[in-house]
Write a protein that binds this ligand. Structure first.
Ligand code: PLP
Length: 411
């Protein structure tokens, strides 16, 4: 029988034995690494003697975090970066060039949307935004310059779930790379490889960091895509075969754009993985209790959490995330003013923009994360002014419900 996520996480061996038999991976906060001879360092630079050289390219503590991510997910390769946005931008840069296009869900985290719509568009990379629940619409946007399909496993903050196997089939039919942002559904509830995702990106700032301890991001190559089929990776495929994608990142975009994870961050993230399952379970139980409570409350107009049986995406949540589609929910009050009054009255739940902190956090996306987008785009993205996003923490459900109840009485 396979051991639990937590048991496995706690027992993954270090890449090299520690001379002191340390239980926890030491924090190698060293910029550079010494070589015994000039012949050795020359051999390393020729690619003949693998070793850590300079921590912007690789580092022993970061390597151990990458090994944990790889082992726990079953991925072929893992690369850790400074943030979720670094993971997303590096992935697209390594797979595409000017003149290419990508197809993406239009329902995305705001900064990912802005990266595609603004930053990358300036360099000649076009993004075709679609409704990823509509396979015909995705297919209608594919042409010979399309390189990949991008989506979020549970969209933030709309909390919609796409049918991943259906999109994976389409991607395979056209030799496109399927890239999933799984930030909201970490590996303890989601196996991207089993559903045919080629590349998984995530912000480890959220669940994996152990509760807002540090910024981080990870790129996982599931080893399912034949990299010779991407024209931008052919040279790397000839030299590195199955490792072509991560090799191109390490030798080019990751190294040259300077988005490495630090050793201290890797230390937090390593410890965060060990407690991920416990934290997620507690937050999930809170979500279920809060969901029922909010659904029954007369002042609440709408509750969205795909873990609830009332959700239209409930069956997909069961199939793809074992019924635990992350621990973020949204709910609507009658107006923006009611949302503001309610949020101002909260005493335990904090007004802040992050997900999967140990603390419960609430935000009004329309007036904050999405404020720079015109009204028409906000509506297209499914962001309206009566909705609040609640990232449910690990306090007790009773305390959270009491806080919400007292604040609702004030509107
Ligand atoms: N992807 C999703 C779904 C997110 O919610 C976020 C941040 O909230 C990111 C990516 C970006 O992560 P980071 O803040 O670590 O760059």
């Amino acid at each position: 029988m396979e051991k639990s996520f937590t048991t496995r996480s706690l027992n993954i061996p270090f890449p090299k034995d520690d001379p002191h038999r340390a239980l926890d991976m030491p924090v190698y906060e060293s910029i550079a690494f010494d070589f015994a001879s000039s012949e050795d360092i020359a051999a390393n630079f020729r690619g003949e003697l693998p070793a850590h050289v300079y921590s912007r390219t690789s580092n022993p503590t970061v390597e151990y975090f990458e090994r944990k991510m790889k082992t726990l997910t079953g991925a072929h390769q893992a690369l850790a970066l400074a943030s979720g946005m670094a993971a997303i931008s590096n992935t697209i840069l390594a797979l595409c060039k000017a003149g290419d296009n990508i197809i993406s869900s239009s329902h995305l985290f705001g900064h990912s949307f802005a990266l595609f719509d603004q930053s990358l568009a300036n360099y000649g990379l076009e993004t075709r935004f679609v409704d990823t629940s509509n396979i015909e619409e995705i297919e209608s946007q594919i042409d010979e310059n399309t390189r990949l399909i991008y989506f979020e496993t549970v969209t933030n903050p709309q909390l919609e779930i796409a049918d991943i196997e259906a999109i994976a089939k389409l991607a395979d039919r056209y030799n496109l790379i399927l890239v999933a942002d799984s930030t909201v559904t970490p590996p303890v509830v989601f196996n991207s490889k089993a559903l045919g995702v080629h590349v998984e990106v995530m912000s480890t700032t959220k669940f994996i960091s152990g509760g807002a301890t540090s910024f981080g991001g990870v790129i996982l190559d599931n080893g399912l895509y034949d990299w010779s089929k991407n024209p931008n990776l052919r040279d790397f495929h000839e030299k590195f075969g199955k490792d072509a994608f991560i090799a191109r990142l390490r030798k080019n975009y990751y190294r040259n754009t300077g988005g490495a994870m630090t050793a201290h961050t890797a230390h937090y993230q390593i410890l965060g993985l060990d407690i991920l399952e416990l934290r997620l379970e507690r937050s999930y139980q809170n979500c279920m209790a809060l969901g029922d409570f909010l659904l029954a409350h007369p002042k609440v107009k709408k509750v969205t959490y795909p873990g609830l049986k009332t959700s239209t995406d409930y069956q997909l949540a069961i199939k793809q995330f074992n019924g635990k589609p992350g621990t973020v929910m949204t709910f609507d009050l009658e107006s923006e003013a009611a949302c503001f009054t309610f949020m101002n009255e909260l005493q335990i739940i904090r007004r802040a923009t992050n997900l999967n902190d140990n603390k419960s956090l609430i935000i009004h996306p329309y007036s904050t994360i999405y404020v720079e987008f015109p009204e028409s785009e906000r509506i297209e993205m499914g962001i309206n002014d009566t909705m609040m996003r609640l990232s449910v923490g690990i306090e007790s459900a009773q305390d959270l419900m009491a806080d919400i109840e007292q604040a609702l009485t004030k509107i």
